[in-house]
Ligand binder design. Structure first.
Ligand SMILES: [Zn+2]
Length: 197
């Protein structure tokens, strides 16, 4: 039988995230500082075994104020779409009370991620109203190092961002991000791709 409770679901960050968020500076001015914070959360998510090795932050692009941070919650949340970008974008939208992070009168918002978004998250960021994307890298190293399937990202994804007025900055702290994926791969923690094999 269906019940009101069976017709809703909740996703949340792990318990350790709240204190970590409150210990960050209120504003992170440079892209490197923002990516450092994202990498910190990705690393902690692996260390606490609270999800996959991914984190994403939504920042006010100009001031550097952190609006929301997300980490991967697929396995703990029993939700294949609980990627770090979905968590960060959704938390930012709830916090700002708007489905459109680029609504008139709002700050321009930036999404910072510790690798190129997968096929699903690329779609999600297009619909989110985000005005800029900053990533540590893209392409084969992630899949080769970890085995995570990033899906059929469109080969013209950079042009599609540009066409929609979303600026892209790449290779922010790339070596640090790759080093983290190597640590994750060596940890033996699960890679959860659906319908694997
Ligand atoms: Zn994703």
């Amino acid at each position: 039988m269906f019940t009101p409770e069976s017709n809703q679901f909740t996703l949340s960050l792990p318990h350790w995230a709240t204190d970590q968020l409150n210990s960050l500076p209120a504003k992170l001015s440079t892209l490197e500082e923002r990516m450092e914070a994202v990498l910190l959360f990705a690393g902690l998510n692996v260390r606490h075994q609270s999800g996959g090795p991914f984190a994403a932050g939504v920042f006010s692009a100009d001031s550097g104020r952190l609006v929301a941070m997300g980490v991967n919650r697929v396995m703990p949340g029993n939700c294949s779409s609980a990627h770090a970008e979905i968590m960060a974008l959704s938390l930012a939208q709830q916090r700002l009370g708007s489905y459109d992070l680029g609504a008139p009168g709002s700050d321009a918002h930036q999404l910072v991620v510790n690798w190129c978004p997968c096929a699903m998250c690329f779609g999600a960021l297009l619909w989110s109203g985000i005005r800029s994307l900053a990533i540590s890298g893209s392409g084969p190293p992630l899949e080769e190092l970890t085995g995570f399937d990033e899906g059929p990202l469109h080969p013209q994804w950079r042009e599609e961002l540009a066409r929609r007025g979303i600026t892209l900055q790449e290779n922010i702290l790339r070596e640090e991000a790759i080093a983290q994926f190597k640590t994750f791969a060596a940890s033996g923690q699960p890679v959860y791709n659906g319908r694997q094999g």
